[in-house]
Design a protein around this ligand. Structure first.
Ligand SMILES: Cc1cc2nc3c(=O)[nH]c(=O)nc-3n(C[C@H](O)[C@H](O)[C@H](O)COP(=O)(O)OP(=O)(O)OC[C@H]3O[C@@H](n4cnc5c(N)ncnc54)[C@H](O)[C@@H]3O)c2cc1C
Length: 391
């Protein structure tokens, strides 16, 4: 009889829990360590906004939501895709529903019941949870923790998360640890985050907290549609999150806002037919331009001498941005362990050590793609570790 193999999973977010689930179901001894007192803290934070588990989109569109390499994501989703996530939740007794946006949520819109049942399953499969274990040093067959404990294992799976919301445990401190081992890690950066705008002080009380609905935002030729929220420091909202990767590449980030995307410039001018002055005031009524848009247009581009001039600005309102909001408060992080340093999610520099989840260099928009990516890479990393152990 072959000896029982030991797999050590470090990091108890969705990627690590999923890796532990696969590894323990294959009969391996699994130890899961996390530096916090409990696992799944960011997962619970995600639960506060309903826990968008995945998206109902078909595969072809789904896979394109992830940053490169596409061939990897095709394989990862082959192993664990949105339908698998829905079935997996159902097996844990958590029914899901698909909203009209395509986003999939648990019917309870909560993360805690799912996490509780998931942990119960892992315990039943024999996973040995060791909390308050902060990884300090790593080698191919062993990990040393800050409390002095050294754990040896036949394979190690790291699922240490990104760098946002460090209070949940994902503090990104592992970056220096892996770099010391010669592993290339792309700098962690805010993803799915707001962007700052140097609003004039006097404008802030008038615009703060106002939504700009139904707007098309363009950065470097890439478009995103949806709703923006004006904040004291800048802009939040789906379109600006989606453009994060493009904006980060621009030396002087700026967006162009189409504040009336369903009308052409000509149509807007035609609607102003008899107006001879006070074009902005007229636009508020005739174009149904909201108050915050009027305030911004007036401040940055007014006064307007003709309907044509105003229509042109409304269709392409230029707004310079200063920087992304700090990583601490972003929903996720870009950057992480580079693809070049991996072979099938195994670190080339540390054979027998695999990585999963947000700590790898990928990003995706909100919409359930992040958790789906973590569950898929957790699955794949565990399968790669098991394949190596059995070969
Ligand atoms: C406000 C918010 C809302 C979100 N909502 C959604 C959503 O609705 N849908 C969606 O798809 N995604 C959402 N996300 C993103 C999603 O939660 C993350 O992408 C996901 O949790 C990442 O999983 P992970 O397993 O890779 O890492 P994490 O969940 O970050 O877990 C990493 C774990 O590693 C541990 N760790 C780190 N360093 C060490 C160390 N040195 N030693 C030991 N342990 C360590 C941490 O304590 C942590 O438990 C949201 C994120 C935020 C912040």
């Amino acid at each position: 009889m072959s000896p029982v193999r030991r797999i050590l999973v470090i990091g108890g977010g969705p990627a690590g829990l999923r890796a532990a689930e696969i590894a323990s179901s294959s009969g391996c001894q699994v130890i899961l360590c996390d530096q916090k007192r409990s696992v799944g803290r960011k997962f619970l934070v995600a639960g506060k906004s309903g826990l968008n588990l995945t998206h109902g989109q078909e595969r072809e569109k789904f896979v394109r939501k992830y940053s490169a390499p596409t061939s990897f994501w095709e394989r990862a989703l082959d192993r664990f895709d949105n339908q698998d996530t829905i079935q997996w939740a159902a097996d844990l007794g958590v029914e899901t529903f698909q909203a009209s946006s395509g986003r999939v949520f648990p019917k309870s819109l909560k993360g805690a019941p799912l996490l509780r049942r998931w942990i119960e399953r892992l315990r039943a499969q024999g996973v040995d949870f060791r909390m308050n274990h902060r990884l300090q040093e790593l080698s191919s067959g062993a990990a040393l923790f800050e409390n002095g404990e050294k754990i040896e294992a036949d394979a190690i799976i790291l699922a240490l998360g990104g760098g946002s919301w460090p209070q949940t445990g994902s503090d990104g401190d592992w970056v220096a640890l892996l770099q010391r081992q010669g592993i290339e890690v792309k700098p962690l950066a805010s993803a799915n985050s707001g962007w700052e705008v140097a609003w004039p002080e006097m404008l802030i009380p008038k615009i703060e907290g106002q939504p700009i609905k139904n707007v098309t935002v363009t950065a470097n030729g890439i478009e995103a549609m949806g709703e923006l929220m004006v904040t004291r420091y800048g802009l939040e909202g789906g379109p600006i999150y989606q453009l994060g990767a493009v904006l980060r590449e621009m030396p002087q980030p700026r967006v162009s806002l189409d504040l009336k995307p369903s009308f052409t410039e000509e149509r807007l001018v035609a609607k102003m037919e008899s107006a001879k002055r006070n074009f902005l005031k007229e636009a508020r009524i005739r174009w149904k331009l909201n108050e915050v848009s009027c305030l911004l247009l007036d401040h940055y581009a007014g006064p307007f001498d003709s309907a044509a001039e105003l229509a042109q600005v409304v269709k392409g309102f230029q707004l310079p941005l200063t920087q992304a909001r700090p990583l601490d408060e972003a929903i996720s992080s870009a950057g992480g362990v580079s693809w070049d340093s991996l072979q099938e999610l195994e670190l080339k520099a540390l054979p027998g050590v695999f990585v999963a989840g947000e700590m790898i260099d990928w990003e995706a928009p909100t919409g359930g793609y992040l958790l789906q990516g973590c569950l898929a890479t957790g699955t794949l990393a565990a399968e790669a570790a098991l394949a190596k152990l059995s070969s």
